[in-house]
Design a protein. Structure first.
Length: 159
């Protein structure tokens, strides 16, 4: 184990890789034998970039040979938000279009927004999970647009 850094090699059914955890920034970097990396739990693209540089530095200190500078690209942002009110999912599924709601299978409505191109999980509590964004602004735009549509259709209720 590298000094002060928590790294664990996980080999379970289908996951074969190294999980490199950092305390600052608090992230988990998945490193695969293909050379691809995935930074999780970062709060921003800047924090992801910082985590990558720190992992590279620590791996080099540990004797790992890294031939080139890492190619950094954000491919998927996952964010959570709250609308501040409850949502009528039964009515929302027919109003939104490109939405799916099967409460027996999953308690949230799955909404595929075209612009920005993201998927939003909407829960009756008004909590959301936005995934598929490539830039942070898309998350803000999607939540703002959804909130407006739900209010316009009287599908959100404030207590």
């Amino acid at each position: 184990m590298l000094k002060g850094i928590q790294a664990q090699n996980i080999v379970r059914n289908s996951f074969r890789g190294l999980v490199f955890r950092l305390k600052r920034p608090k992230t988990a970097t998945l490193i695969f034998s293909s050379g691809k990396w995935c930074v999780q739990e970062a709060r921003s693209g800047k924090e992801s970039h910082s985590a990558i540089l720190k992992v590279v530095k620590e791996l080099k200190k540990g004797g790992v040979i890294i031939l080139s500078k890492p190619d950094f690209k954000v491919v998927n942002i996952v964010a959570s938000a709250s609308l501040g009110g409850k949502v009528d999912l039964e009515k929302a599924v027919s109003t939104l279009g490109k939405a799916m709601y099967e409460p027996e299978q999953f308690p949230g409505l799955i909404y595929r927004m075209d612009e920005p191109k993201v998927v939003i999980l909407i829960f009756a509590t008004g909590n959301l999970v936005v995934t598929g964004a490539k830039i942070e602004q898309d998350v803000y735009d999607a939540v703002h647009k959804l909130h407006g549509r739900l209010e316009e259709q009287n599908l959100i209720f404030y207590e």
